[in-house]
Design a protein around this ligand. Sequence first.
Ligand code: FES
Length: 95
Amino acid sequence: MFPGTAAPVAGSPALMPDAARVCQCNNVTKGQIRACWEAGARDVAAVATATRATTGCGTCRDTVEGIVGLLREELGNGAVPGQAQPYGEWSQRSA
Ligand code: FES
């Protein structure tokens, strides 16, 4: 931990404020991950590409996965009928 930096975030992703820094290596907050989700990133790899979270030491990966899972539960997959979807999620849904 560096002086003057925020403490690592512990606990459930649901309890984290958007300002909570999730990735210490790349200074990525929960709010940035949420913004990625809203912009179309639907998995950890897409979030990593957009923010660089998980691309340093990797210790934040579980937390990033938790946030992505939480957003999926809260907001659904954001899929739009007729548009290509990551991971074939539409094909896994019942009509
Ligand atoms: S804390 Fe995220 S890569 Fe190190």
